[in-house]
Design a protein around this ligand. Structure first.
Ligand code: MF3
Ligand code: CO
Ligand code: CO
Length: 259
């Protein structure tokens, strides 16, 4: 799908609101809070700004956002029984709908004292996403995104999750194309064009990339119990480059977050 100038304005607005929501919850995300309470804060903030949390009831998903702690790769379901602890690394993924447009973004939050390896994982996951975004412009092969992320992360001994990918978005939550975070020959056949809107959302593990899904049908965990990190931006291809719709207005996209 190709989006025009007016669509880009809508995407800018929703992207900013989604980023503002993550900025807003940053002060609450610390040891002792439950993931259920974080989800509630996300829902309240979104409602207050006349927007909708896209995950709620999406294919039966039960909560307003996804909160994925440590070995959870993605789709962690907020729970009254899950409390954040010192040393945890946590991804919070929110998708906001405003005026029919989707803003899909996630960040890592580091709780207290986090191990050196976990910090390295979080850093490389962020840097690989940003490097991939930086090469996006009309004429570039979609395969370049996966290539750059895979090369960077595997060079440092990390692995790239295969079972989930980025996706076209805009007026539809999950649309074509699939944006793989590792290299494939097939992805060479898709060429970036002005007006394309999609997410880049690499999930990177300290151990192997293999995963399993819990009995709740959502929560994906690493098989070997290794840590997993993820960041996500929604971006649009412009005439000469790329625009990030979900950038933090407070410079909070990248940890460590100094308080
Ligand atoms: N926000 C996720 C993504 O990046 C999708 C979550 S779907 C849900 O695509 F149902 F789990 F919320
Ligand atoms: Co997404
Ligand atoms: Co998301």
């Amino acid at each position: 799908m190709i989006y025009d100038k007016k669509d880009f304005e809508g995407l800018r607005r929703v992207g900013r609101l989604a980023a503002d929501t993550l900025d807003y919850i940053t002060d609450f995300v610390s040891a002792g809070i439950s993931t259920y309470d974080i989800d509630k804060i996300v829902a309240e903030y979104t409602k207050k700004h006349n927007a909708i949390c896209a995950p709620l009831h999406y294919h039966g998903y039960p909560k307003n956002c996804c909160i994925s702690v440590n070995d959870v790769i993605c789709h962690g379901i907020p729970s009254k029984h899950e409390y954040l602890n010192d040393g945890d690394i946590v991804n919070i993924d929110i998708t906001t709908i405003l005026d029919g447009y989707y803003g899909d973004t996630s960040r890592m939050f580091l709780i207290g004292n986090v191990s050196e390896r976990a910090r390295e994982l979080v850093d490389i996951t962020y840097n690989s996403m940003m490097n991939a975004i930086s090469i996006c412009k009309p004429g570039v092969k979609l395969s370049e995104i996966g290539k750059i992320i895979q090369t960077m992360c595997e060079r440092e001994g990390f692995s790239v999750v295969r079972d989930f990918c980025g996706h076209g978005t805009g007026k539809i939550f999950h649309d074509e194309p699939q944006v793989l975070h590792y290299y494939t020959k097939e992805a060479e056949n898709t060429i970036l064009k002005e007006g394309m809107v999609f997410t880049i959302e690499p999930m990177i593990n300290t151990g192997d990339w293999q995963m399993y899904v819990e009995d709740n049908d959502w929560t994906a965990r690493t098989i070997d119990g290794g840590l997993s990190a993820q960041f996500e931006h929604t971006i649009g291809i412009t005439k000469n480059g790329v625009e990030i719709f979900t950038k933090s207005q407070r410079g909070l996209n990248k940890p460590p977050y100094k308080k």
